[in-house]
Every structure is written in C-alpha cells, then in structure tokens.
Design a binder for this molecule. Sequence first.
Ligand SMILES: Cc1cc2nc3c(=O)[nH]c(=O)nc-3n(C[C@H](O)[C@H](O)[C@H](O)COP(=O)(O)OP(=O)(O)OC[C@H]3O[C@@H](n4cnc5c(N)ncnc54)[C@H](O)[C@@H]3O)c2cc1C
Ligand code: SF4
Length: 466
Amino acid sequence: MPDTKIPRQAMPKQRPKERIRNFNEVALGFSAELAQKEAERCIQCKKPFCIEGCPVEIDIPVFIELVAEGDFESALAKIRETNLLPGVCGRVCPQEEQCEIVCVLSKRFEPVAIGRLERFVADWEIREGKMDVPSVAPSTGHKVAVVGSGPGGLTVAADLARLGHKVTLFEALHKPGGVLVYGIPEFRLPKAIVARECEILEKIGVELKLDFVVGRTATVDELFEMGYEACFLGLGAGLPWFMNIPGENLVGVYSANEYLTRINLMKAYLFPEYDTPIRVGERVIVIGGGNVAMDAVRSSLRLGAKEAHIIYRRSRKEMPARDEEIENAEDEGVIFNFLLNPVRYIGNEAGRVKQVELLKMELGEPDASGRRRPVPIEGSEYKMDVDTVVVAIGNGANPLVPSSTPGLETNKWGYIVADAETGKTTKKGVWAGGDIVTGAATVILAMGAGRKAARSMHEYLTTGEW
Ligand SMILES: Cc1cc2nc3c(=O)[nH]c(=O)nc-3n(C[C@H](O)[C@H](O)[C@H](O)COP(=O)(O)OP(=O)(O)OC[C@H]3O[C@@H](n4cnc5c(N)ncnc54)[C@H](O)[C@@H]3O)c2cc1C
Ligand code: SF4
C-alpha cells in the first residue's frame, strides 16, 4: 500500500571531507531497504504524469511498483524496454526538472525519488553479477552508420540493432560514451557504468569503430559508398567557447573541455600512473555557472587546489547547474563569487597566467533567456591572483562534418537542421539528433532524439521512402 507519510529517502553520500580527497562516487546509492521504502511512497496514479515528464517514456509507476515488491529484476527489464542506460540516467538526469517535477506527490509532499530508484535497480544488477541482454530481431540485412557514441548515438544504435539492422558506431575518441566518458567526472558517473552499458550494446551486435573521425578518416558520402544505407549524426556540441578577452592564450588557462578530458578520459587524476599532466596550483578559478563549471571546480579541489572558485556573472538564483550539484560543491568548500565577470588575464614573464582582472556586475531586466541580464558596474574592476583558469561558458558545434558533407544544412550557429519529430536532415539518408541539433542540452534529451530518429530510420530502411 502506498504510504504518503513516509518521507522522501535521503541519498547516502561520502562525507565532504573525505570525498574531496578522492574521485570515488559521491552519492553511494540506496540499499534494497531504502529503495523499497522509497518505492512504497508512489501512489500509482491513474494518469501518471511522470511518464510524460520522461523524454524516453519509461513506465515509471510499473517499475516502481516492482521495486516496492522487491522484484528488482523485472523492474530493470521494465526500464530497459525504453532505456538502455538506466545506470547513467539514474545518476545524471535532471530528474527535478523532468519526471519528478510532475510527480503528483510534489504538490503536497516531496516527489518520489524516481532517478534514485532507477539507479538502484541498475546497480543491483551489477552487484548480483548479472547482465540482462535484450533480445534482437532476426537480421534485416540493412547496414546503418551511427556517428558519435554519446547518449544520442548509443540510443540509435541500440534501437536499430534490436530491430535487426547491422549497426556500426563510429567514434572519434578512443572510448565510447561521448560526454559521459570525457566530460562528466568519475565522482558523479563512474566510467565502469558507461563501459558496462556500452558492452550490452556490443552484445546485441553493434560494431564499434573507435579512433574514426568522420569528415577526416571517411566522409559521410564515403560511408554511403561503403554500403551504409542510412546515417545518424550524434556529434554533440564539443567545440569550446572562449570569451575572446586578452590573455586567454596564457599557459594555465584551459577550456573546460580540455581540462575535463585530461582529467576523465586521460585519467590525469591518476598521474603518474597515467601519463597525463595537468596543472592545478593553489588557486583555481572556473568561469561559468552550469554543470560543466561545477564538474571542473569540484575536480580542481580533488586535484589538490587550496582554493577553488566559481566566478559567475549573475546570482545563485540564475545558475543553470543542478541544485544538487551546487549543494555538493558548497559542502565541499567551493567558493562562489557572484555578479563578477573576467575582463582580462595577466601573465608572468614566462607566459603563465598569474592574475585575473574582474569586473563587478549588477542585475538588470530579464533577457531573451528569461534570466535577469548582468550589467557591468563601470570602474569596479579589481585583480585577483590565480594559478589556473578554467573557462566553462558553453560549447558550440564542430564544423567538421557539416563542412565535409554537401547538402547538409546548418543554422546560423552551425547546428545541424533536423526535423524535431523524425531527426531527418536536409540530406537524404542522413538523420541527426542530440546536442549537435539543439545545442548543449541533457543526456536524456539526446536519448529521446535518438529514439525518434531510430523509429524514422527503421521506416526508411524497410519502406525505402524518405
Ligand atoms: C562536463 C559536462 C557535464 C554535464 N552534466 C550533465 C548532467 O549532469 N546531466 C545531463 O543530463 N547532461 C549533462 N551534460 C550534457 C550532456 O552530457 C549532453 O547533453 C549529452 O552528452 C549530449 O549527447 P550527444 O549524444 O548529443 O553528444 P555527446 O555526448 O557530446 O557525444 C558526441 C560524440 O560524438 C563524437 N564525435 C563528434 N564528432 C565526430 C566525428 N566527426 N566523427 C566521429 N565521432 C565524432 C564525440 O567524440 C563524442 O564522443 C553535461 C555536459 C558536460 C560537458
Ligand atoms: S530517464 Fe531521466 S527523466 Fe526518465 S525516469 Fe529516468 S530519471 Fe526520470
């Protein structure tokens, strides 16, 4: 029986003092008892809004009921019907803005912790040493190329492979997973979880071609010449933005992409065991207020910075990062500096950054994003000593594939133009989805786009109609 008197169960976490000295996961996950107790809170609504809130439409009430009954295996199978990455989504989905925000309980109480339950069942399978590999339809003989192995590409590959198509996944980096492996740090998303979810993909017959840069190693048109009949572009938005202010080319000024890639994918945090150096120094400043900035600043503390600062041009209220991650950062001792913007970096004689000049801001009227616009306060500049700067103000589209693919239209920001419902681009046989279409967004939105594109690609492959 649902019990609304049970409070939302807290997530056990590593204590802040301990966790800033390691890269192990911060959130430790529910025990079976906690999970069942939390699942008992679900009132099994007749009209479950939570399903509508999930971009891949997991049958949330059913999986939660199965958790409450202790049938974790069936709960996981239910989730996997629409989501092959439950261990990832349960950890990094902005649940508070998706499935949980529309939970009926949240009107009077706190919402059911849907994401934490999803993570629990995914982790339960690992603890049990099991791997439920989904069934695959008989081979159709059709060959499909998926470019980019982020959550968008992984979803397309899984869906099409399950329908019996022969899928090859092309990835520029040496490991599959996209931002899940190169961007999001180990302490928020262990790489073993991503690797395992990619392993399931290989088990259902997806071929992985790593270190393969489409647009260089082979163009999209060359993939068609190689016999692929359809192509999905899940390239992500991995091109770092800078502010174009003086001193950004000084040594010690990193883009968040480079900083996080060195730390995560190239394991700089395990130096010298792994041969990737990274310079952190005593005082690190990270420019930006999103999830990427939180990941960079929290990584800096773990790498030994004495002070790790966030410099954000608006106030805490406007910060786009998830509340949970801002709170984690606060607990870990990150120093937040609001209403400030860097105007230049100053180097020493060796060309290394040693200071930043900051300008104070105040908030004006809301801008197009609906957030109050930061307005500079004239003459308020001051300098701060720094050893390392990480610029985390957003990313754009890499032009490599669009520029090497005739007939593929992009918008004024360089993102690929694709139909919102099908993912079809302006080039016959080519689909696109995820951050390369929408700009930097979320894991689950990229997966939702992948799901829609896979449906449309299947129709094309089986009917030949574009
Ligand atoms: C540091 C960081 C933290 C984040 N935190 C969260 C979070 O907590 N929750 C959340 O929901 N979202 C988060 N996001 C956003 C989320 O990760 C992205 O929205 C999501 O990964 C987009 O998926 P995608 O499939 O479009 O592309 P990506 O994950 O970007 O993957 C694209 C892949 O394509 C490959 N590729 C690109 N060009 C080529 C080419 N020419 N040939 C071959 N391969 C190519 C890239 O190497 C990459 O592996 C975060 C992003 C970052 C950077
Ligand atoms: S995938 Fe994300 S949005 Fe969907 S149920 Fe899980 S946590 Fe919620």
